[in-house]
Design a protein around this ligand. Sequence first.
Ligand code: SF4
Ligand code: SF4
Ligand code: SF4
Length: 286
Amino acid sequence: MAQAEKVLKPRIYGNMPAVFLRKDGRFEIKLQITGGMLTPQQVQRVGEVASMYGSQVHLTMRQEVSILGVPEEHLEKALAELKEVGLRPGSAGMVFRNVVSCLGATYCFKAAAETITLAREIGNRFTGEKTPGPLKVGIGGCPFPCTRPQFNEIGLMGRVRPKIDLEKCTGCGKCVEVCKVGATKIVDGKAVIDYNKCVMCGRCVAVCPEAAKYSAEKGFIVFVGGRGSWPPHEGWTLCDMVPREEIMPLIERILQVYRDGAKPGMRMREFINSLGFEEFKRRVMG
Ligand code: SF4
Ligand code: SF4
Ligand code: SF4
């Protein structure tokens, strides 16, 4: 008679939700990689640990790195070797998750804001903290974001409000060429901005050879209550220009309102719907 197949059930290792059993009977170690940034030494160590104890390496949608195929008896050694280079299991379940970010102003010519330091600051402060439902943060350095921050529980999108110094403007038209939304044009030899169309990407500021266009204001749009999984929803716009230095206190307040009012398991979108967005905003913004 054929022997009954052993049925595997999902389980985590110890108290680490990001180290868990997979259907191949071995463990996955999902590492926290804030903003998707790794040092060369960390990349090397991931390869070494995967070669020694695991099978494959997977890049997740949320910029984490997963080592697959680790037998349970090798988990401790694998985790210790990863820890030596600052890599630790990340976030899963009802917690503040790994922070996703684009490269931002440090590397991207199109950026309106720095993002990597901000992602690390948020990740170091909040990732792993218990929340009523899974809480995901996405950061994009401009209003045409590669990282889709609108579809996260908290989304941040860098912006620059441009202004023109007409004395300096030569009417060269370079700012008109880069504007993707037709918000700037030349009138009587000088640039003008249509603020009803302008999405505040700051690209016209970056290309102006005369420094005639300048940043009158810099900051972030903050979205809340977005979600990427089915059914996908874009978040509400909580604020349309928050200065960098006010982002951390604002996240603290969003978290406090969410924790104070949401039932266990309630995602932020459902919580905001249950209150009404205006009431949620009132509680957060005071
Ligand atoms: S989101 Fe914007 S700033 Fe960030 S990498 Fe993409 S284009 Fe550059
Ligand atoms: S790029 Fe600068 S100088 Fe040229 S038209 Fe625009 S604002 Fe004027
Ligand atoms: S900041 Fe506004 S006007 Fe300038 S390029 Fe971007 S959308 Fe156009």
